[in-house]
Design a protein around this ligand. Structure first.
Ligand code: PEP
Ligand code: MN
Length: 343
């Protein structure tokens, strides 16, 4: 950690800062410039975490040298984390595609959609049985019955299942049916939930909170990893800004930033980012160009009748056409789509 002092700092103030830091077992190194004196703190930076240095007389700024997220940071692992899905590895050379409806609405629509997305080349099936809706009057999902339907979809299609868990009390039940546990944007900082999914042996798909920074997202992943579950997938799904032309603002830059900061796989959700069907393809292409390891796309047999997120859902033809067009973008980005159709 580097402490930048004020130009007016007195020798007494400087001594007091050094004493506080050294009392925690670190060494200090003072470097006197023409206008400023800087204190370098050498040793375990973590010990300074709770020290209110900025409030000490004579301190102007404090710059940590280490990343606050340790397990998630790029330095922690020599190789990138890979998570197996149907015939590809998320985080490997192929761009992995997770597709399915926003909500499980019934058995027939789920099985039809699973079949359609698998045939179009998807590697995993998504669908919410427990839905985090902004309004308590909106459809809340089919809950346990929805989970049973998802299990049948896996048995029939062979695709791994991604579904959301919203509450610590649901984890055991959801994990009994899901291959990947989704933590939604609204729960990204539900620390009790993050801690509990960290104790489960299931990969976690962690969606970025609507007003979360990249650092907040990585620290949320750290909560899961700290419990021993190192299989976390990060998902950029748009953030809330002053812009109202789109449902959220797709932060495409977060993708290369995350890829630089962490060894974890990074995917994008163009459906929730744009909120409109027509934006799904361009945002998918942008995500792949920016280095995303995968995409999660909402697909519905009849979007006009969807119980949630119909405006942003693709129908089967639109999804097939997206997959076809994506292939070229993936190749231009030095990846494949790993659909089996091209291998
Ligand atoms: C979803 O994936 O359907 C969902 C609710 O996403 P988010 O948590 O990103 O809003
Ligand atoms: Mn949705």
């Amino acid at each position: 950690m580097i402490i930048v002092t004020r130009p007016s700092i007195t020798d007494d103030e400087l001594d007091r800062i050094r004493e506080r830091v050294e009392s925690l077992g670190l060494r200090t190194h003072v470097s006197r410039g023409e206008n400023r004196t800087i204190i370098g703190c050498i040793g375990d930076e973590g010990r300074l975490e709770n020290l209110p240095l900025l409030g000490m007389p004579g301190v102007e700024a404090v710059h940590p040298v280490m990343r606050p997220y340790k397990l998630a940071s790029r330095e922690f692992s020599a190789s990138r984390t890979r998570i197996p899905l149907a015939d590809v590895e998320l985080g490997g050379p192929a761009v992995a595609i997770i597709a399915g409806p926003c909500s499980v609405e019934g058995e027939e629509m789920v099985l039809r959609t699973a079949r359609a997305v698998r045939e179009a080349g998807a590697h995993a099936f998504r669908g919410g049985a427990f839905k985090p809706r902004t309004s308590p009057y909106s459809f809340q999902g089919m809950e346990s019955e929805g989970l049973e339907i998802l299990s049948r979809a896996r048995a029939e299609s062979g695709l791994p299942i991604v579904t959301e868990v919203m509450d610590t009390r649901q984890i055991e039940k959801v994990a009994g049916h899901a291959d990947i546990l989704q933590i939604g944007a609204r729960n990204m900082q539900n620390f009790a939930l993050l801690t509990e999914v960290g104790r489960v042996h299931r990969p976690v798909l962690l969606k970025r909170g609507m007003s979360a920074t990249v650092k907040d997202l990585l620290l949320a992943a750290e909560y899961v990893m700290k419990q021993g579950n190192m299989k976390v997938i990060l998902c950029e799904r748009g953030i809330r800004t002053f812009e109202t032309a789109t449902r959220n603002t797709f932060d495409v830059a977060a993708i290369p930033v995350l890829k630089k900061e962490t060894h974890l796989p990074v995917i994008a959700d163009p459906s929730h980012a744009g909120g409109i069907r027509d934006l799904v393809a361009p945002l998918s292409f942008a995500a792949v160009a920016a280095g995303a390891d995968g995409l999660m796309v909402e697909v519905h047999p009849n979007p006009e009748e969807a119980l949630s997120d119909g405006d942003q859902s693709l129908d089967f033809d639109q999804f097939r056409s997206l997959m076809k067009d994506l292939k070229r973008f993936a190749e231009a980005a030095g990846r494949t789509l790993g659909t089996g159709h091209e291998d």
